[in-house]
Design a protein around this ligand. Structure first.
Ligand SMILES: CC(C)(COP(=O)(O)OP(=O)(O)OC[C@H]1O[C@@H](n2cnc3c(N)ncnc32)[C@H](O)[C@@H]1OP(=O)(O)O)[C@@H](O)C(=O)NCCC(=O)NCCS
Length: 160
């Protein structure tokens, strides 16, 4: 099985929605991804298995030198193989290329794997949003995290 990273494309909206719905709640629909792909500030990377099927992705919105990650999703059957890490490495490479100085994202306080992975890439808590995930356990709190890709030591996932 081989995996390769490709830019997110509008034609992949249906696949992205299926993955989002399997990984996060509430899941987004194909129309959401189609709309996002029409926005020039939207960007992202997908992981293709055997150059065919998308099995994960990271997507973001970039304004000047700041980015907000919307989602990082790896299909359940493909987790634990370092694909989440690969997408974050790609995100930091892109940040360096485009001069992005701050990357923000939200993660549920109950999401152990997400918190571990983001922490390994230097994301630090900068805020909390109570009840941010209304569909999860009657409103789970989101932790707002921020990373500074231009600071030394960030963006390698602790693997330098
Ligand atoms: C979070 C997610 C993207 C991780 O993807 P993945 O491809 O399995 O991650 P990787 O294989 O790259 O593993 C990265 C690290 O996380 C660790 N990890 C995985 N699950 C873990 C858990 N439950 N608790 C602690 N660490 C965990 C791995 O051991 C690995 O660490 P290591 O490289 O130091 O050994 C994936 O689980 C997912 O899609 N979850 C649902 C969506 C989600 O929660 N996204 C994040 C918030 S938007």
């Amino acid at each position: 099985m081989t995996y390769r990273i490709v830019p997110i494309r509008r034609a992949s909206a249906q696949q992205l929605a299926e993955i989002h719905q399997q990984c996060l709640s509430p899941g987004w629909h194909a129309i959401d991804f189609t709309t996002l792909c029409n926005d020039p500030a939207y960007d992202g990377f997908a992981i293709e298995e055997n150059q065919l099927k998308i099995v994960g992705f990271i997507d973001l919105h970039v304004v000047v030198d700041e980015a907000e990650v919307y989602a990082l999703c790896i299909m359940p059957g493909h987790r634990g193989k370092g694909l989440g890490r690969r997408l974050l490495v790609e995100l930091f490479k892109e940040a360096h290329k485009r001069g992005i100085r701050k990357i923000f994202l939200e993660v549920s306080e109950r999401n152990a794997s997400g918190k571990y992975l983001y922490g390994a890439f230097g994301f630090k808590e900068v805020g909390r949003r109570c009840g941010y995930y209304p569909m999860v356990d009657q409103g789970t709190t989101a932790i707002v995290l921020c990373a500074h890709p231009w600071e030394s030591g960030q963006g390698n996932g602790g693997k330098r």
